[in-house]
Write a protein that binds this ligand. Structure first.
Ligand SMILES: C[S@@+](CC[C@H](N)C(=O)[O-])C[C@H]1O[C@@H](n2cnc3c(N)ncnc32)[C@H](O)[C@@H]1O
Length: 278
């Protein structure tokens, strides 16, 4: 892996990556509507060369690979060895032969291939140097290539975080979100537009997409999913141990109104960002 990897990247290559990898199938089930929206915006077709940035366990990489058959190819780049291990196992089981995974830092490593489209589901928000990262990405795309990113809108727009969060915050506190790499680092279109323009991308568009996420088949599963999510773990870490069960029970109650026979559903708000490399 690139020697420029810093602590944020090392965490994905270590603890954060192992945690995500261990729960990959469930996370991909919950985030399936985001993959669908992303790939629909990417408008992939036969013969295209696609880069999946921060591809993680490879769900969107493999879906993209199906869409560019018979003669297109997809490369997935990620800093996380544990997540790429899952991606490679999924690739082996898929029977696809037009995919390669690269273990490297997308901020500094240009994957050879002059890509037609670069996609990412939540894989570009953890860059410690977004300006350098998008310049590196632009260098690996052919003129006219399209960038298609899914990023989170601000916390306050995401019902799936606000509803359980309000219940949890009766027991714990919200750590400061701050600036810098993280889940909401690309929540402000003005900031992202400036970074993309600085890297040479043009025609940046931000589609406001609202999606229902099914957080679990039932209340227990949904509470467990939220407790394992980044924001859930951050608030739970501030809850005194003797109040943890009560806090989770409060979350369960808050989710009751959002449960039906098919599971527990809350709305998510994402940006689908598209831009062109001239
Ligand atoms: C929230 S996960 C999303 C994973 C995957 N795209 C998905 O939707 O399941 C963020 C991913 O970005 C990767 N990542 C973070 N910084 C990166 C970097 N500088 N270069 C490449 N990948 C990076 C992480 O290792 C992780 O796989």
């Amino acid at each position: 892996m690139s020697s420029t990897a810093d602590s944020a990247q090392r965490s994905w290559d270590d603890e954060d990556g192992r945690r995500w990898a261990a729960d990959a199938d469930r996370r991909d089930r919950v985030l399936a509507p985001v993959a669908e929206a992303l790939l629909s915006a990417a408008r992939l077709g036969p013969g295209q060369r696609v880069l999946d940035i921060g591809c993680g366990c490879g769900a969107t990489t493999l879906q993209a690979a199906e869409q560019v058959l018979p003669d297109g190819m997809v490369a997935g780049i990620d800093v996380s060895a544990p997540m790429l291990e899952v991606a490679r196992a999924r690739l082996a089981a898929s029977g696809l032969s037009n995919v390669r995974f690269v273990h490297a830092d997308a901020q500094s490593h240009t994957v050879p291939g002059l890509f037609d489209v670069a996609i990412s589901r939540f894989g570009t928000m953890f860059f410690t140097d977004p300006a350098a990262a998008f310049s590196t990405l632009a260098a690996g795309m052919r003129p006219g290539a399209r960038l298609v990113l899914a990023t989170w809108q601000p916390l306050a727009a995401n019902q799936w975080l606000i509803v359980p969060g309000a219940a949890l915050l009766r027991y714990g506190t919200m750590p400061a979100l701050g600036e810098g790499p993280g889940m909401f680092a690309q929540a402000d279109p003005a900031v992202v537009e400036q970074v993309l323009a600085g890297a040479g991308f043009v025609q940046a568009r931000f589609a406001d997409v609202r999606l229902p996420l099914t957080l679990g088949a039932d209340l227990e599963e949904a509470v467990d999913y939220l407790a394992q999510s980044g924001p859930g773990r951050a608030v739970l870490a501030t809850v005194p141990a003797h109040e943890r069960d009560a806090a989770l029970s409060e979350v369960r109650t808050a989710l009751t109104d959002h449960a039906d026979q098919a599971g527990v559903h809350l709305d998510a708000a994402i940006w689908l960002i598209t831009a062109t490399r001239p």
